[in-house]
Ligand binder design. Structure first.
Ligand code: TRP
Ligand code: ZN
Length: 881
């Protein structure tokens, strides 16, 4: 389908469904190529809909087998049917039942939407609009029904049969070869939360008693033989359930909670009611096959999906424009959970890094859109960092604005008032307006306006008046479809740092909200602080209190002072990053200054040496974050135009090398001190030590390649855990030569039976910033570990390559050609994965003219390809616009 022919769906066109479905009874007989679905719908006219309207049910590649109305056959003329739609022209204007039989082929379902087979396991993915690939339905989130599901399958193939809710019956069929299970979910839900699983699976289980006293059977299902890797997920589940009781007063509401890990999955995981289905990458963990990062993301995603039970399922979205209502809020909740379980500052730093690399870059390019988009052609293209990560930042600002108590009260009110409904952002915000007494109309602009605001700040000290005046202004660059920008509400958490720490803040300014927060809600304003005893250094945007860019002209001495003395750990880290960023931007703009980086490296190393003396032992996880320079992509975005990726890469490498060289022996000693004889444990403190030790290894690899290579080889050999072994491989990829190739080969041999580990191996190679990488990636596509049909493999190798700033953006355009070729091929089997890959082009407009022209040509080539999916056509069109 050509995208230009695809209708644009607009928020303003929303109208309630003409029909409602009170109950859904599904009877599903699982078969690899011919699965039969009988669906019985109890329909009634919606009082809020148009009386006498036809009934139009959604379908997608469906085959109708039979249809009955109130048990009777219907006349051919009374309905029309296509694979996309089933229409009853003049349905009864009262309650009636519709019985619909369809047949689907799970084994041919390569889109991984609807019912499909993943390594012999039947599973479903229905968000956003996959249910219509199973049966004709009113596939929209504001149609909520009570589901009863009977599953039937061969016992040998699918001994485990799961669906939403509680299991109410099970048994064998005559003959003993087939069996069935009946599941009932008492909570009305939209079709996107329906799920089933059938297969031969192992599991771990645990009983859990909620704070309200409900006994719940928890289980985590995994591929046979992998149950010993499910323990961490279970541990995370129990901890996040307790946390939601304690922090949000939310208890679980069914007798069963199941998690299933499958190996072919388009995204991270899915919050189906009582039956969360996961990409196995976010469930399976043991020290040999998962890194510290994996343990942390499993914790975050288990929590995320569990938290959806209230923010998403009990309260769902009226329409898909409200996606951030559940996603932004649930990301905020999972971030807070991880912050409580680990180090809050380090978690915040990690989240802000992600926000900047993924969301700021989206907001700065052609795919920019508001947290609540106003229109879409393909909703699957709006599961974006903007909806998720920026959506979470908006909730974080809301909490800062209304305060802790009103935030909790507003959440309580939201749960009470909107429970069981399909809600909107307006419904949500109304709860906080009420709980805080604040007018949130201006704040709501965050949901409407795309683009990352910039705060321009400057301060002056008046010694005679003992006052300090801060001038703040905000601006947002135009984004597609939004040429004019309005000011947004920006909570600026701040401090004034004096010789002995934070100075007291006193001001008569109305913009000061107390608690160290100035509210910048106009184009510009000034705040004068009184009784300021000495010239202070402003520490702005503490804790990254708003998702903005900050322009504040502090000299290097002031930044280094903040780095060592700011009471806000986030801003200590930020000050350091700013120093490094300035040097990288200057050199990235003008490669002629490369040699000047030696001086910068020397200055930075001196600062780091002091810092590491005290901080490395005290908080290694924080120290690791400091040692890591800003990402290449972030430097590119700061430069903003005529970007030359090679110059940025050269600057980055040179600065790291200089720092490493200057620190020299200190690094070796630090690495020694951080070595641990204890058995591997994934806890945050141990992970922090490994993180720092491995950052150090990276610096050594760059600055002293011979000893770096030796250390990496030894670390790989000695490593009892994947974190250290993968870090050894990553360090080795920085050192071209036979040693590198040998370790790459050895790694593959060691983990030949571990697809998830080999994904990291694929990615590490795809990220090598050398001209041979494209050939290497092409060769790896032939490796038995790779498969174009598995999304994890594709994201690791092809996604890794697309994230390789210098090699994707090769000057000969071959990187673009390669990606375009893969996108077009993949689009025929899995459009969702293809369109996500294509979105890697999103920063093409900031490149220097030569690369820009090459990228544009390839994008145009993709856009011209016949029979593109709606997913890919939409991204191609918007990226080019
Ligand atoms: N709702 C899921 C989450 O954020 C996202 C998701 C999982 C999804 N699978 C999907 C979205 C497939 C679109 C298509 O937890
Ligand atoms: Zn989610």
């Amino acid at each position: 389908m050509r995208s230009d022919d695809t209708p644009l769906i607009r928020l303003e066109d929303y109208r309630p469904s003409d029909w409602l479905i009170d109950t859904v009874d599904l009877d599903i007989s699982l078969h690899p190529t011919k699965t039969r679905i009988r669906s019985q719908l109890a329909l009634r006219p919606n009082p809020a809909g148009r009386p006498g309207a036809p009934l139009v049910l959604d379908g997608d590649e469906l085959k109708l087998v039979a249809i009955r109305l109130d048990g009777l056959l219907i006349d051919d003329a009374a309905y029309s049917v296509t694979p996309q739609q089933l229409t009853l022209h003049a349905p009864p204007t009262r309650r009636f039942t519709l019985m619909i039989d369809t047949e689907v082929d799970p084994s041919a379902n390569t889109k991984l939407m609807g019912l499909y087979l993943s390594s012999h396991v039947y599973c479903t993915q229905c968000e956003a609009d996959g249910f219509r690939r199973i049966s004709y339905f009113l596939d929209r989130p504001d149609v909520m029904s009570v589901y009863t599901v009977r599953l039937e399958a061969r016992k040998l193939i699918a001994p485990v049969l799961l669906s939403n809710g509680n299991r109410v019956a099970a048994g064998e069929l005559p003959g003993g070869e087939r069996h069935f299970a009946v599941w009932h979910d008492p909570h009305p839900k939209p079709a996107y939360l329906f799920a089933l699983v059938g297969g031969a699976l192992d599991h771990v289980r645990q009983n859990y008693v909620t704070a309200e006293g409900r006994s719940v059977e928890l289980a985590v299902y995994v591929e046979p033989g992998k149950a010993d890797r499910a323990g961490w997920a279970m541990d995370c589940l129990v901890r996040c359930m307790r946390w939601d009781e304690r922090v949000f007063g939310r208890n679980y509401d069914l007798d069963v909670f199941n998690i299933v890990a499958v190996s072919d999955f388009n995204m991270g995981a899915m919050e189906n009611k009582g039956l969360n289905i996961f990409n196995d990458k976010y469930v399976l963990a043991d020290p040999q096959t998962a890194t510290d990062g994996d343990y942390a993301s499993i914790e975050a995603i288990i929590a995320h999906e569990y938290f959806h039970n209230w923010t998403g399922n009990r309260i769902t979205c009226r329409d898909w424009f409200q996606l951030c209502l559940k996603e932004g809020l649930t990301v905020f909740r999972d971030q807070e959970f991880s912050a409580d379980e680990r180090s809050r500052p380090v978690k915040r730093i990690a989240d802000v890094r992600t926000l900047r690399t993924t969301q700021f870059s989206e907001d700065a390019g052609p795919l920019a859109h508001p947290v609540r988009p106003r229109a879409y052609k393909e909703i699957n293209n709006f599961y974006t960092p903007t909806v998720y990560e920026k959506g979470a930042e908006v909730i974080r600002m809301l909490k800062l604005l209304v305060g802790e108590a009103a935030f909790r009260a507003g959440m309580d009110l939201y749960f009470e008032r909107c429970d069981g409904t399909a809600a909107t952002i307006e419904d949500f915000l109304a709860c906080f307006a009420e709980s805080s007494g604040q007018d949130l109309t201006h704040f709501a602009r965050w949901y409407e306006q795309a683009g990352t605001p910039t705060i321009v700040a400057s301060g002056r000290y008046d010694a005679a008046a003992r006052s300090y005046t801060l001038d703040l202004a905000q601006k947002t660059a135009p984004t597609p479809g939004q040429p004019e920008k309005q000011p947004v509400v920006l909570p600026v958490a701040l401090g004034l740092v004096g010789g002995r720490g934070d100075l007291p803040l006193a001001t008569a300014s109305e913009a000061y909200a107390g608690n160290g927060v100035v509210i910048l809600d106009q184009p510009s304003l000034s705040v004068t602080f009184t009784d300021v005893a000495e010239p202070p250094i402003p520490s702005l945007l503490r804790g990254f209190s708003a998702p903005v860019r900050l322009e504040l002209d502090l000299d290097e001495a002031a930044l280094l002072r903040l780095f060592s003395a700011d009471s806000d750990p986030f801003n200590r880290w930020q000050a350091w990053q700013t120093v490094a960023m300035r040097a990288l931007v200057e050199t990235g703009r003008d490669p002629g200054r490369l040699d000047a980086l030696a001086g910068t490296g020397e200055a930075l190393a001196a600062g780091l040496r002091e810092f590491l003396k005290t901080e490395a032992p005290a908080d290694p996880a924080f120290a690791a974050q400091v040692l890591r320079l800003p990402a290449l992509g972030d430097v590119a975005r700061e430069i903003g135009r005529d970007v030359d990726p090679d110059a940025i890469q050269a600057a980055h490498r040179r600065l790291s090398t200089e720092i490493g060289r200057q620190l020299g022996r200190d690094l070796l000693e630090l690495r020694e001190r951080l070595a641990s004889a204890a058995r591997y444990s994934p806890d945050a403190a141990s992970a922090g030590r490994r993180a720092l030790r491995n950052e150090v290894l990276g610096l050594i690899a760059l600055s002293a390649p011979d000893s770096g290579a030796q250390l990496a080889e030894a670390q790989f050999a000695a490593g009892d855990n994947l974190t250290d072994r993968l870090a050894a491989l990553a360090a080795m990829t920085l050192i071209p030569g036979n040693g590198r190739e040998a370790l790459i080969a050895r790694f593959a041999k060691t983990y030949a039976a571990e697809p998830l580990v080999l994904d990291k191996w694929l990615m590490a190679q795809a990220l090598i910033p050398e001209s041979g990488t494209l050939d290497r990636v092409r060769t790896l596509m032939q490796h038995p570990a790779f498969s174009l049909t598995n999304p994890n493999r594709v994201r690791a190798l092809i996604g890794g390559f697309a994230a390789n700033l210098t090699q994707f953006n090769r000057t000969d355009g071959e990187g673009y050609a390669f990606l375009a070729e893969i996108v077009i091929a993949l689009d025929r089997t899995n459009p969702q994965v293809a369109s996500r890959l294509l979105a890697s082009f999103k920063s093409w407009r900031m490149l220097e003219p030569r690369r820009k022209a090459l990228a544009e040509a390839k994008l145009a080539m993709v856009a011209r390809t016949p029979n593109l999916s709606r997913d890919v056509a939409d991204i191609a069109e918007r990226t080019l616009a």
